[in-house]
Ligand binder design. Structure first.
Ligand code: GLU
Length: 345
C-alpha cells in the first residue's frame, strides 16, 4: 500500500451496504478501496510536478504559502477517508465559505427568498466583477460571486455581528465535524486590502440590495473567507453536502436536506468562477473553488472529492486541484449527468 494513503476500512461494505448499488464494481465513489487508493495516488503522482499557475497574491498573506503543497482527499457519505499528500496542511477556505453561509441563510429565509433576493444566474464574469452588478437583474447575480456572497452574509440573522460570526464558525465546524478557527494573519491581511469588496458592498447598498451595514457585512465576509481548513476537513464539509446535510463522522444533521439540491445547483452553475460551464462539461460535478487553492466536488449521495494546491489559474481555480479532481471523477465515472452513475442500468 502506498505510504501516503490512509485508508480507513474495507470499502466493499460501503459499496454494498450503504450505497444501495447492486454491483460492487459500479459503486461510483468507491468501486473498491484498492482501486480508489490507486486512482488518487495516480492523480497525485501525475500532477505533483505541475508548476502551472501562480499563487494568488492580491491578498498579501496568501502569497506567503508554500506553493508546493498538494493534498487530495475523498470522503464517502459513510465516513471512509482516502487521502494522499499534504492533507493536513491548513489553508484559508476563501470562496468555498460562500456555499456554507448560503446554506445557513437558505435555512433561515427559504429557497424562494434566496432566488428573489440573490438569484442563481452565473455572471460569466470574474468573481469580484463590478460590471456584473450593473448587468444582473438581482444586481448580485448569485450567492457564489463576491457581490452575492457579501449580500448573503448581510442577510444572516443574529443579535450582533459577533454573534453572527460565532454562528458562522460553529456552522462551518459542524459541517467539517471538527473545530475550525480563523487564520488571523489572513484575516488582517485581507481586511487591510479589501477596498474592492467594500466598494462592491457600497454599490449594492446604493441599489438597495445590502441588508446590513455594508462595512459590517464585508467584515463578516472577510472573516468567513479567512477560516482555516485542511483538505480532509474540506472533504468532510463536502461529504456533509453529499450525505443530505448530515456529517458522516458525527452523524449530526447540519444542513436542511430540502435545500441541498438548490445549493448543489448553484455550485454547478457558479462554483468554479467564470470557468463553471467548462468545469461542468468536463466533470458534471457541483463544485466550489477558493483562491486559497482548495476545490471541493460533490457526488450527491456518495461522497466528496477535495483537493488543495496553492497555484491558481487566471479564473482563480487551483491548477493541480482541478486536474486531480477531473482525473479522479473521470476514473470513478461519477458525472451526475451520466445515467449509469445515478443508477440507471
Ligand atoms: N476573500 C476573497 C475575496 O473576496 C475570496 C475570493 C475567492 O476565493 O474567490 O476576494
Amino acid at each position: 500500500m502506498n505510504k501516503h494513503v490512509i485508508n480507513a476500512m474495507v470499502i466493499l461494505f460501503f459499496a454494498i451496504g450503504n450505497m444501495g448499488f447492486a454491483q460492487v464494481k459500479k459503486s461510483p465513489v468507491a468501486p473498491n478501496y484498492k482501486l480508489l487508493e490507486k486512482i488518487i495516488n495516480d492523480a497525485y503522482e501525475q500532477y505533483k510536478d505541475d508548476k502551472t499557475g501562480e499563487v494568488a497574491d492580491y491578498i498579501p498573506e496568501l502569497a506567503k504559502v508554500d506553493s508546493e503543497l498538494f493534498g487530495i482527499c475523498v470522503i464517502t457519505v459513510d465516513g471512509k477517508v482516502f487521502s494522499v499528500g499534504n492533507v493536513e496542511a491548513s489553508f484559508s477556505i476563501q470562496s468555498i465559505s460562500k456555499v456554507f453561509t448560503l446554506a445557513m441563510v437558505m435555512e433561515e429565509m427559504g429557497q424562494k427568498a434566496i432566488l428573489e433576493k440573490l438569484g442563481a444566474e452565473p455572471t460569466g464574469l470574474p468573481f469580484n466583477s463590478v460590471t456584473a452588478i450593473e448587468q444582473q437583474a438581482t444586481r448580485v447575480g448569485n450567492p457564489l460571486v463576491n457581490a452575492g456572497a457579501i449580500a448573503t452574509t448581510s442577510l444572516l440573522k443574529g443579535e450582533s455581528e459577533s454573534q453572527k460570526w460565532k454562528d458562522i464558525l460553529a456552522y462551518y465546524s459542524a459541517c467539517a465535524g471538527s473545530e475550525l478557527f480563523i487564520i488571523q494573519d489572513v484575516y488582517e491581511s485581507e481586511a487591510a486590502t479589501n477596498g474592492r469588496n467594500q466598494a462592491i458592498a457600497r454599490l449594492l447598498d446604493a441599489y438597495g440590495v445590502m441588508y446590513d451595514d455594508p462595512e459590517d457585512a464585508v467584515d463578516l465576509y472577510t472573516r468567513q473567507c479567512s477560516v482555516g481548513i485542511t483538505t480532509e476537513q474540506l472533504a468532510a464539509m463536502g461529504a456533509t453536502l453529499a450525505a443530505d446535510g448530515t456529517n458522516p463522522f458525527t452523524g449530526k444533521k447540519i444542513i436542511n436536506p430540502d435545500n441541498i439540491p438548490q445549493i448543489l445547483s448553484v455550485m454547478l452553475s457558479c462554483g468554479m468562477y467564470d470557468y463553471s460551464g467548462t468545469w461542468s462539461y468536463l466533470t458534471g460535478l457541483p463544485s466550489k473553488s477558493g483562491v486559497g487553492g482548495g476545490i471541493v466536488s460533490i457526488v450527491p449521495g456518495k461522497g466528496a472529492i477535495a483537493a488543495f494546491s496553492p497555484r491558481v489559474d487566471a479564473a482563480g481555480n487551483s491548477v493541480r486541484a482541478q486536474k486531480a479532481i477531473a482525473y479522479i471523477s473521470e476514473q470513478l465515472e461519477v458525472n451526475i449527468f451520466d445515467p449509469q452513475s445515478v443508477g440507471v442500468k
